[in-house]
Design a protein around this ligand. Structure first.
Ligand code: AMP
Length: 463
C-alpha cells in the first residue's frame, strides 16, 4: 500500500514525500481512512508504530479541506482553535506539534504547543494571535482555561494521545474538566497502548460508536539482534563502556541512560577518555539535538547518549550498537531501545550493563520478551558478589509525588526511587496500576505487561 491510495490532499502528500516515507505503517493504513471518515476512533497503538502521523495527517486533511476549512479565509477575526491534541508529557506535546508542523507545512493551518514548566505569557500571546491546532498537556491547558486565555468552544476534533499514560499520571480529573468545556458535536480520537478498565470507562463515556483498530504490540524482539547482559558493579559501568567501545572499535554507538543528568555525566566521562560523545534529552535545545543527531547519523560522532523520550525521534537504519547503560524502568522501553539496531535485516548488537540494583528490572524485561538473556562477565569487571542493591534514582531531582501539586513541573518533575526487590515501579502506586488491564479493542487481550508508574519514564507531569 502506498500513501497515495489513502486519499490525502496534495499538500499533505507533498509533506509526506518530503519526509521520505513511502509506505504507511499498519496503524496509518487503518487510522487515516477511519479519521477521514469523520467518525470517532479507538486505537490501540504504542509509540514507534507511526501513530502520530496516523492521526495528524487525516486531522490536517479534514481541517484544511472540509467545508469548514473555508473559515480559514475569513479575515480580521483571529482563528478559533479547531483541533485539540492532549498528551501526557511536554516532550510528547512538543514532538506531536513538530509533526503537525512537518505534515502541515503546505497547508494554511497553524499550530501551537502549550505545556507547564515554562512561562505562560508567551503562550497567552500565541493563543490570542489565533491558533488552528493546539497541542497541550492537560494541566497547563486547565491553567489557561481558568484564566480565560483559551477558547475551546470551536473544537471540531479532539485527540487523546497516550491516554493510558495520562491516566497513569493522574490526569483523569483534568481531562474531564477539559472535556466538559468542549462542544458536544466533535470527532474524538483516543490512542492508547494499553486498555485498563479505567481507559475503557473513559472511552465509553467519550467515544460515539468508534471505529476500533489495533496494531500488534512490538514486544517480540528481533532475532537478528544479538542481546547480551554484562553484569557489572554500579561504579564500574563507565570504565566498562569505555573498554567495550575501545576494545571492539565500536563506532556509532547509541547509549541509553535513565536520566538527563546521567546522560550529561556520561558524556563528560567519555570525552575525558577521548571518546567523542554528545547527549540528547529534554533539557537540550532543539538545535543541539539536531546537531548531535546529524553528526551521529553522518558517522562523525562516535557515541550518542540519549534518554528514552529523546531517543524517540531517532530513526537510523542499521545502527550497529545499542548499549543500555541503565536498564529502563518500563520493560517495554527495552524493546523500543533495542529495536533501533538490527533493522531491515541487518544484524545488530544490544548490550546491557546491569548492576545489582537492576536485577528486578532485568527480570521484568526477560518476562516481557520471554527470553533469558545471556550473561557475559567481562574479565577485569567481575561484579562484587557481596554487593547489596540500592534504590534507583529514577530522576535527577528530589522525591516526587504522583498526584500532588507539581504545577509548573515539566520534564524534570515527578519521580522518586524504585526500591530494589519491591516489585513495584517506584512512586506511590503498585506497578500493575494503570496499564495492566486486559481486553484491548476487539476483545484482544493485548498482553499488556505491567507498567511502572509512568511519570518516572517521562519525568513528570506536563503541567
Ligand atoms: P510515532 O509512533 O508516531 O512516535 O512514530 C515513530 C517513528 O516512525 C517516528 O520517528 C516517525 O518519524 C516514523 N514514521 C512515521 N511514519 C512512518 C512511515 N510511514 N514510514 C517510516 N517511518 C515512519
Amino acid at each position: 500500500m502506498s500513501f497515495s491510495s489513502l486519499g490525502l490532499s496534495d499538500a499533505l502528500m507533498r509533506a509526506v514525500s518530503d519526509t521520505g516515507y513511502t509506505t504507511p505503517t499498519p496503524i496509518q493504513q487503518q487510522a487515516i481512512p477511519a479519521v477521514l471518515n469523520g467518525g470517532d476512533l479507538l486505537a490501540g497503538a504504542q509509540t514507534g508504530t507511526g501513530k502520530t502521523a496516523g492521526f495528524t495527517l487525516p486531522l490536517l486533511h479534514r481541517l484544511s479541506t472540509d467545508a469548514i476549512g473555508s473559515k480559514l479565509t475569513s479575515n480580521n477575526s483571529p482563528r478559533a482553535i479547531r483541533a485539540l491534541i492532549l498528551t501526557p508529557t511536554r516532550e510528547l506535546a512538543a514532538q506531536v506539534e513538530e509533526s503537525v508542523r512537518t505534515y502541515g507545512k503546505y497547508t494554511k493551518l497553524n499550530s501551537a504547543v502549550i505545556f507547564g514548566g515554562v512561562g505562560i505569557n508567551p503562550q497567552i500571546k500565541q493563543l490570542k494571535h489565533g491558533v488552528d491546532i493546539l497541542v497541550a498537556t492537560p494541566g497547563r491547558l486547565l491553567d489557561h482555561m481558568e484564566q480565560g486565555t483559551v477558547d475551546l468552544s470551536k473544537i471540531e476534533i479532539l485527540v487523546l494521545d497516550e491516554a493510558d499514560r495520562m491516566l497513569d499520571m493522574g490526569f483523569i480529573r483534568d481531562i474531564r474538566k477539559v472535556l466538559a468545556k468542549l462542544p458536544p458535536k466533535r470527532q474524538n480520537l483516543l490512542f492508547s497502548a494499553t486498555f485498563s478498565d479505567e481507559i475503557k470507562a473513559l472511552a465509553d463515556g467519550l467515544l460515539n460508536n468508534p471505529a476500533m483498530i489495533e496494531v500488534a504490540r512490538r514486544n517480540a524482539t528481533s532475532d537478528v539482534i544479538a542481546q547480551k547482559i554484562h553484569p557489572v558493579d554500579r561504579d564500574k559501568k563507565h570504565p566498562m563502556l569505555a573498554h567495550l567501545i575501545k576494545s571492539n572499535n565500536w563506532s556509532q554507538v547509541l547509549v541509553f541512560t535513565r536520566t538527563k543528568h546521567g546522560a550529561n555525566k556520561l558524556v563528560e566521562q567519555l570525552e575525558k577518555d577521548g571518546i567523542g560523545a554528545m547527549a540528547i534529552h529534554g533539557n537540550k535545545s532543539q538545535s543541539a539535538r539536531t546537531k548531535a543527531l546529524s553528526e551521529f547519523k553522518d558517522n562523525k560522532l562516535q557515541v550518542l547518549v540519549a534518554t528514552d523520550i529523546a531517543a524517540r525521534g531517532i530513526d537510523i537504519d542499521q545502527l550497529p550498537h545499542v548499549v543500555n547503560y541503565d536498564l529502563p524502568n518500563v520493560p517495554e522501553d527495552y524493546v523500543h531501545r533495542i529495536g533501533r539496531t538490527g533493522r531491515a535485516g541487518a544484524t545488530g548488537e544490544a548490550v546491557s550493563l546491569v548492576c545489582v540494583d537492576e536485577h528486578d528490572m532485568l527480570k521484568d524485561i526477560e518476562k516481557l520478551i520471554k527470553q533469558t538473556l545471556p550473561r557475559d562477565v567481562i574479565p577485569g569487571f567481575e561484579p562484587d558478589p557481596t554487593a547489596r542493591p540500592q534504590p534507583i534514582q529514577l530522576r535527577s531531582g528530589g522525591p516526587g509525588h504522583r498526584n500532588g501539586g507539581n504545577r509548573g513541573g515539566g520534564a524534570g518533575g515527578g519521580g522518586g526511587a524504585r526500591k530494589p526487590g519491591s516489585g513495584n515501579g517506584g512512586g506511590n502506586k503498585p506497578r500493575s496500576a494503570g496499564g495492566n488491564g486486559g481486553g484491548a479493542p476487539r476483545g484482544n487481550g493485548g498482553g499488556n505487561a505491567p507498567r511502572a508508574a509512568a511519570q518516572h519514564r517521562s519525568g513528570g507531569r506536563g503541567r
